[in-house]
Design a protein around this ligand. Structure first.
Ligand code: C2E
Ligand code: MG
Ligand code: MG
Length: 772
């Protein structure tokens, strides 16, 4: 919408700029045309001024010559005809007249070239006899046999009476070139005329031609096509001007053939009311003007076309770049809002949608924020490949999507973490929804049983930031993480407290290690068969702080999550090596010590090598050390566990499967793992629901272990009854508060110095707890 608006604005701007350009060009052209018009008129005026001066000069000098000749004949009446003829001949020879003749008052004309003729009917004679010197129009001279103009002047006697007329013929064609005018060498000369005030054409510059002259030969101007083609106003102006003495003007006229002519006229400065008229086709001057203007118009046109093309090119480029931008925007928003793995919404989209739903919900609508992920998704990726991992993520997303209700949203927010905003009315319903998600996912994934951890945060304050709600649901989720089966936890504030404590521990763990706050405690292991004696001990870590001892249950799970356990385990084994070495020096070289190693080490290919190097460093034989690894480590990868067991044994370590029976123990597993010891969890002997059945199972396990060449030990023995029963069932060793609680190195040293504990310590769980 915004883009369409800006495109429309741009088009309007282009139209306005174009119109302004056209307007400026028009004004410019108008001024150019007006200036050129004025210039052209100036050219006409200045050229014709010279022309008229010239014509004035010719006609005047001819006229003056005739007047002078006439003044020489004041007494002609006393001349003989022969003398008179000779005088006239002399006049003719001295001037460029064709024939000079004298007419007596009766009209009889005398010349040396012809016999007497009568010119009394000729108007030049009549005018001259009345005392008016004048030039005639073009006449055909029978004497000269050509068109001539006759210059006539009165002959006065001494008393200034007109006694005759002197006339001289002048070649009419001789003036032709002088009357005509060329504006340029390319054009035909334009015809000039000398016209009397009554319109009679006296002299014609060019012979009559329809193309060159709209005034016919010997015509009267006021009857000519030139005059007819003028506007009524111009006709009136022309007539008035010809009647008056001083005037010059330019008038346009249209000839019958449609050609436009320009008529310029000016009064001649000679006797009689004579005018010089120049007629030329408008094109002669104006064509060059128009071609000039045309060139300017073409130039402007081209310029305009170039501008339009540039604008069009710009528009095309802008449009295509706009398209590219739109495409990029679509891609960006796809990237921002569409999860490429699942094809569903991203965290950004979830954030926006969830916010909208919560903001628009009514007060009594209740929402819960669910966070869930798949336990050990990394292992799934490693085992099945990334492609399969992605497919599983997609399957989970579509399953969740299918199980959503109206007004609920979900998103994969990162890796294998999903958020769902659900509606609920009670905790039971929220739990049911989470369970149904788990069941649906378990149904869809067939390759393995996915373990999902769910955290549910009941939204009390809908205005809380979505990210914060997610964090709280995450906290709840973390409390059930890495269980054996999918689990669900509701968030409560104690979790936040625990989280704070965890953070506190995390902040302190490294410095605690540096300060040697982690201490080795030993819990004796007692041989059950025969006379009981302490045949070894299990090392258990204790965090000794100035304000008390922290149990591993508080920090081991955390260290396993943040992998600090790796450092701690190596630290522990070093301490153990030192103790073993010192006991050896004291002469106790048959104490077998077991050390717990987290399953986190299994991913480290050089783990066993590192253990071995530590033993070497302290010159302790690996055969003195038993490595306890929990049965649950087999869930990650049985193959890896089996390989590590073999490697440990190849270096001479004893290997023990710890906490056997806590998880989904598979007897088949025992066959694959070549362990030395099977350590039965205390669950085996504490369960009292069906004692007989429990006894049968323990017996079975002990027999199987023995059949596979493994010793058995049962941990968590708290009573004499339990100890007796295990002895009866054939268990090799026992460990528990009944015999001894975990104790300091010094306490354990005292114990082994004093010999085997024939008399078990008295059972006081509360006291033990405190001491442990
Ligand atoms: P675990 O290896 O199964 O250790 C035996 C646990 O049972 C110890 O708990 C011990 O104090 C407790 N226990 C022994 N006798 C009795 C009894 O009669 N009754 C009861 N109720 N409990 C008894 P602790 O010391 O709290 O250790 C807990 C777990 O922490 C250990 O279980 C072990 O998995 C882990 N752990 C302890 N120290 C280390 C260590 O240095 N490294 C590693 N990776 N894990 C350790
Ligand atoms: Mg253990
Ligand atoms: Mg154990």
């Amino acid at each position: 919408m915004k883009k369409a608006k800006s495109g429309f604005r741009f088009t309007i701007a282009i139209i306005i700029v174009s119109l302004m350009f056209i307007f400026i060009c028009s004004v410019f052209l108008f001024n150019v045309i007006r200036d050129l018009g004025e210039r052209t008129d100036d050219i006409v005026y200045s050229n014709t001024y010279q022309k008229t001066s010239y014509v004035n000069h010719i006609v005047n000098s001819n006229m003056m010559m005739v007047v002078n000749m006439a003044s020489c004949l004041t007494e002609y009446e006393s001349y003989s005809d022969e003398d008179l003829k000779n005088t006239l001949k002399t006049f003719s020879q001295n001037a460029k007249f064709l024939t000079v003749f004298l007419a007596r008052p009766d009209g009889s004309a005398l010349s040396w070239r012809l016999d007497e003729v009568n010119v009394s009917h000729r108007s030049y004679f009549v005018k001259a006899l009345s005392g008016e010197r004048n030039v005639s129009g073009q006449l055909f001279s029978n004497v000269d046999k050509m068109l001539v103009n006759v210059y006539a002047a009165p002959i006065y006697d001494l008393r200034r009476n007109v006694i005759g007329v002197l006339a001289a013929t002048y070649d009419a064609l001789e003036l032709e070139d002088d009357l005509n005018m060329s504006f340029s060498s390319k054009d035909e000369p334009s015809p000039g005329y000398i016209i009397e005030g009554n319109g009679d054409v006296i002299m014609t510059g060019a012979p009559y031609s329809e193309h060159t002259s709209p005034i016919g030969e010997n015509q009267n101007l006021f009857e000519s096509p030139l005059y007819e083609g003028m506007t009524e106003e111009d006709k009136k102006l022309l007539k008035t001007d010809f009647e008056n003495d001083e005037c010059n003007n330019i008038i346009r006229t249209t000839a019958p053939n449609g050609n436009v002519y320009v008529a310029y006229y000016t009064k001649l400065d000679i006797p009689g009311n004579l005018h010089y008229l120049l007629v030329f086709p408008e094109g002669i001057i104006y064509d060059s003007l128009y071609s000039y203007v045309n060139k300017i118009i073409i130039l402007f046109g081209l310029f305009f076309v170039v501008i339009i093309m540039v604008v069009l090119a710009y528009l095309i480029i802008a449009k295509s770049s706009m398209k590219a931008m739109q495409l990029a925007n679509t891609r960006i928003s796809k990237l921002a809002y569409e999860d490429p793995v699942t094809g569903f919404g991203t965290w950004n989209k979830f954030n926006i949608d969830a916010r909208k739903i919560l903001d628009h919900s009514s007060e009594n609508e209740q929402f819960a924020f669910i966070s869930f992920d798949i336990d050990k998704f990394k292992a799934i990726n490693d085992m099945y490949g990334h492609e399969e991992g992605n497919r599983i993520l997609k399957v989970i997303a579509s399953t969740v999507n299918r199980n959503l209700r109206e007004g609920e949203v979900f998103s994969r927010v990162s890796s294998d973490n999903y958020y769902i905003l659900v509606r609920y009315t009670s905790d039971e319903e929220a739990l049911e929804r989470a369970t149904s998600f788990i069941e649906a996912v378990e149904y869809e994934i067939t390759q393995f049983v996915p373990v999902l951890s769910f955290g549910i945060y009941r939204i009390h304050d809908k205005t809380k930031a979505i990210r914060k709600m997610g964090d709280l649901a995450d906290i709840a989720k973390r409390t059930v993480k890495y269980g054996e089966a999918s689990s669900i936890a509701f968030y409560d504030d104690s979790m936040m407290q625990a989280l704070r404590e965890e953070k506190h521990i995390e902040n302190e763990m490294q410095s605690a290690l540096d300060r040697h706050e982690f201490a080795v405690y030993y819990q004796p292991k007692v041989a059950l068969q025969g006379k009981p004696y302490v045949m070894g001990a299990e090392t258990l870590v204790r965090w000794i702080k100035p304000d008390g001892i922290i149990s591993p249950a508080k920090f081991i799970p955390l260290f396993e999550r943040n992998r600090f356990i790796i450092k701690l385990d190596f630290y522990m084994i070093e301490q153990v090596c030192m103790d073993i070495k010192s006991w050896e020096k004291m002469g106790y070289s048959d104490v077998l010590v077991s050390v717990n190693m987290s399953r986190d080490h299994l991913t480290d290919n050089s783990f066993v090598q590192k253990l071995y190097e530590i033993c070497q460093r302290y010159q302790v034989s690996p055969s003195r050390i038993e490595i306890e690894i929990t049965e649950s480590a087999a869930y990650d990868s049985m193959d890896v566990l089996s390989k590590v067991f073999k490697e440990l044994k190849s270096y001479g370590f004893r290997v023990s499967i710890d906490d056997f029976g806590t998880g989904f123990s598979s007897l088949n597993m025992l066959k694959n793992l070549s362990a030395d010891v099977l350590k039965l969890d205390r669950e085996f002997i504490t369960g009292t629901d069906n004692e007989k059945r429990a006894n049968d199972i323990v017996t079975c396990v002990i027999m199987l272990a023995r059949a596979l060449g493994m010793e058995t030990i049962c941990e968590g023995i708290e009573t004499k009854e339990q100890a007796d029963k295990l002895r009866r069932l054939g268990c090799d060793m026992a460990q528990g508060y009944y015999y001894a609680k975990p104790m300091t190195t010094e306490a354990f040293e005292t114990l082994i110095k004093n010999g085997s504990p024939t008399k078990p310590v008295e059972l006081d769980p509360e006291k033990n707890k405190k001491e442990a």
